[in-house]
Every structure is written in structure tokens, then in C-alpha cells.
Design a protein around this ligand. Structure first.
Ligand code: GDP
Ligand code: MN
Length: 386
């Protein structure tokens, strides 16, 4: 779960990280009132769960309360990469001398968190990684030993941080790491961390992503979820107990089991890549999926207009093939999809399942004996529809 900038920064503040003392507005009049209260120049910042707001025109300076109202009026309701702006953060503006990138995420390959910093802050870190990867300093943190001060010194040296900023920087890095650990974050990022004209360090932007599996022990974080701002399909999937991640391909994948879902996506890409075809989503309907869940999943997959074919890859363990087959037929009757559906069904009661599907006589449904065959058929079907 991603937190908004204002939510992330208020968490950061709880760990001693300096942040601007702004407030959130949902109307231009509220933005006016906050700007009035703060006095001086303010920055109006769209609160959407997507990066690159600055470039998209979602971050604007305002020199007066009247201007703040006008900028808020422009930004509220704006669409940034498909995310509608419902809230703006009104922060006192800072005069920026230098922008630094600072972030902590998990490095799965190293099985450790990694601290990352760059003197080329402000822009997207992915961009820095592409154009000048050496400008990113990385320092792995042993989760049992914790973060050592010599590591912070290494990072400070690596980004050429002026010596008089080291003490403040060290407190910020320690605070960020503690915040990352205690909130079960998958990412805690400050971009930019700025050195102001008068030589202070302050976190102008903030981003946190919380491990969904850990939300049960953080009711305060779970309550911060903004369903209004997340894609509708993701809300529906969560409520149905389905893991779903939308991607940009054409083949909807309906799979039971996360590993099998990854394999299905790989196979789709393997056979489809040369035609520009790939998976439209990651979807795991979980173990013991019943008809209800199958039809919920099918509706979610088909809510994406890019989907030109649906590939079902079901391996029956706890999940029974006949149950799934009945689920598919029920889902079909309810959703009436017009796109081709290819089904590969193996494992417990697979034969019974296939027999049920055959006798149902659904026109746009085809079965496949292996995953290879299913992936190839799905690519063919998607190709035909493009
Ligand atoms: P993002 O584009 O979504 O990452 O949004 P940011 O919060 O990082 O803002 C983008 C850029 O706007 C920053 O890199 C700054 O250059 C600029 N910006 C943000 N806040 C201020 C501010 O208080 N004063 C000034 N002068 N620029 C700001
Ligand atoms: Mn930023």
C-alpha cells in the first residue's frame, strides 16, 4: 500500500526528520485559508499515488493566498497519469540550493535493505539509474546489526555532502531507517531532500510503501488507505481476497498461486514478445477458489480495455478442477465476455473439470493440455484481435 506524500511526511516527522509544516486542502478556499495562515510563498502539491507530479504540472508555487486559491483550483480535479487529484498539500515554500535523493528499499537479491543516495535528487531515480548509475551510492544494511554510523559517513562522502551538513544528514538517515523498519515499509524515500539557501536540510517530498502483508499489525497505517485514489480494480480485488496487479499487455491471466502466476506471465511474454504481446496483469485467485471468486476475478480482468484474450492456468491442489470449471461457467454466464478464453486445467479433478467445460459448450472457450499450448493459443487469439 502506498501512502500519500502528506502521510509519508507526517510519519517522517515522527522520526525527527525535518519536513515543511503544511496542511491538506480539498477545496480552493481551504487552500486559501492555509496559505493565509502560513503567510509568504507556498507550494501547492497534488496528492496522488503516482510519481512525476512536478513534470505533469501538479506542483506549483503561489506567492499569495489568492494565488494559492487559483493554483489549487487548477490542480484539484486534474488527472495525472490517470489519477484524479482530490487533495492538495499546501506547504510553506523552501528556497532550494541543492536537491538530494535519499531512499531505503529491500534488495531481494541481497536479502537486505539497501540505503540509496544521490546528489542528483529531484528527478526520478530510475532516470538517474539509466543515465548515470554511478551517481547512486548504495549501502546494504544488515537487518540484525542495523545501520552503522560509518555507513552514513560513506554515503555522505559518496554524494559530496558538505561537511557542515553531516550531523543533520546522519539524524535524517537514522530516522528514515527506523521509520522504514518500524512501519514494515517496502520503500521509504525522500526525493528531494533539499539543502536550503540558508543551509538547512529538509524533506520536501516523501513516499512510503507499506508491505500489505504487514498491515494487520499496523491498524493506524491501514486506516490511511485512500480507496478514492487507488485504481478501482485494485480495491475490488482486495475486497474479494484476490492479488491483482495491472500491467500493460493484452492477455488477462487468471491463475491460482503466485508462483504459477509469475510463470504464466513469463510464458505469455516468451511467445508474445515478438508481436508486442504480453501479460495484462498478475492475478492470483488463491487456494480453494470458489465460483464467486472466479467471477470476481474475471470481472476485474475484463475491466481493463486492453485485454484481448484471457488465459486460465489452474493447477488443482486444494483447489478442485470441477469447482473451478463450475466457477468459470458461472462467471461466463454472469460476465458474458466476448474475448477468447483459453483454459489449462491440471491436478485434482482436472478431468471432471474439463468434461464440465466441454459439455457447457461455450463458444469462445478453448482448452489446452499444457501451459505451452495455452500460452501459444492465447498469443494467437490476442494477435487475431489486434
Ligand atoms: P514529484 O515530481 O511528484 O516527485 O514531486 P516533488 O514533491 O518532488 O516536487 C517536484 C519538484 O518541485 C521538486 O524537485 C522541486 O524542484 C520543486 N519543489 C517542490 N517543493 C518546492 C518548494 O517548496 N520550493 C521550490 N522552489 N521548489 C519546490
Ligand atoms: Mn519527488
Amino acid at each position: 500500500m502506498n501512502l500519500h506524500e502528506y502521510q509519508s511526511k507526517s510519519r517522517f516527522a515522527g522520526y525527527g526528520i525535518p519536513v515543511p509544516q503544511g496542511k491538506v486542502a480539498t477545496t480552493p478556499d481551504e487552500a486559501y485559508a492555509i496559505a493565509q495562515e502560513l503567510g509568504g510563498t507556498v507550494v501547492i502539491k497534488s496528492q496522488v499515488l503516482v510519481g512525476g507530479r512536478g513534470k505533469a504540472g501538479g506542483v506549483k508555487l503561489a506567492k499569495s493566498a489568492d494565488e494559492a486559491r487559483a493554483r489549487a483550483e487548477e490542480i484539484l480535479g486534474m488527472s495525472i497519469k490517470g489519477h484524479i487529484v482530490h487533495k492538495v498539500l499546501v506547504d510553506p515554500a523552501s528556497s532550494i540550493a541543492h536537491e538530494i535523493y535519499l531512499g531505503i528499499t529491500n534488495d531481494r537479491a541481497a536479502a537486505q535493505p539497501v540505503l540509496m543516495a544521490s546528489s542528483e535528487g529531484g528527478v526520478e531515480i530510475e532516470e538517474v539509474n539509466r543515465t548515470n548509475p554511478k551517481a547512486i551510492i548504495r549501502e546494504h544494511i544488515d537487518p540484525l546489526m542495523g545501520l552503522f554510523s560509518y555507513q552514513i559517513v560513506k554515503v555522505a562522502l559518496g554524494i559530496d555532502l558538505p561537511r557542515d551538513q553531516w550531523r543533520a544528514f546522519s539524524k535524517i538517515v537514522q530516522g528514515l531507517y527506523q521509520c522504514f523498519v518500524e512501519n514494515d515499509a517496502a520503500l521509504a524515500e525522500i526525493n528531494p531532500l533539499v539543502i536550503t539557501a540558508d543551509g538547512k536540510l529538509i524533506a520536501l517530498d516523501g513516499k512510503m510503501s507499506i508491505d500489505d502483508s504487514a498491515l494487520a499489525r499496523h491498524p493506524d497505517l491501514a486506516a490511511m488507505r485512500d480507496t478514492e485514489s487507488e485504481p478501482e480494480a485494485e480495491t475490488q480485488a482486495r475486497e474479494a481476497g484476490i492479488s491483482y496487479v495491472k500491467l500493460n499487455g493484452q492477455i488477462g491471466c487468471m491463475v491460482n498461486g503466485a508462483g504459477l502466476a509469475m510463470t504464466t506471465m513469463d510464458m505469455t511474454k516468451l511467445y508474445g514478445e515478438e508481436y508486442g504481446i504480453g501479460p495484462a496483469n498478475f492475478l492470483d485467485i488463491g487456494g480453494g477458489a470458489k465460483a464467486e471468486q472466479v467471477s470476481a476475478a474475471l470481472r476485474i480482468i475484463l475491466s481493463d480495455p486492453n485485454v484481448k484474450a484471457v488465459l486460465f492456468n489452474i493447477f488443482g491442489g486444494i483447489t478442485r478442477g470441477d469447482e473451478v470449471a463450475r466457477g468459470i461457467i458461472e462467471a461466463y454466464d454472469e460476465v458474458k465476455p466476448s474475448v477468447p478464453m483459453i483454459i489449462r486445467l491440471q491436478g485434482t479433478n482436472a478431468e471432471e473439470g474439463r468434461a464440465i467445460l466441454d459439455s457447457a459448450d461455450i463458444p469462445n472457450l478453448r482448452t489446452a493440455a499444457t501451459l505451452t499450448e495455452a500460452a501459444q493459443k492465447a498469443v494467437e487469439a490476442a494477435k487475431g484481435a489486434m
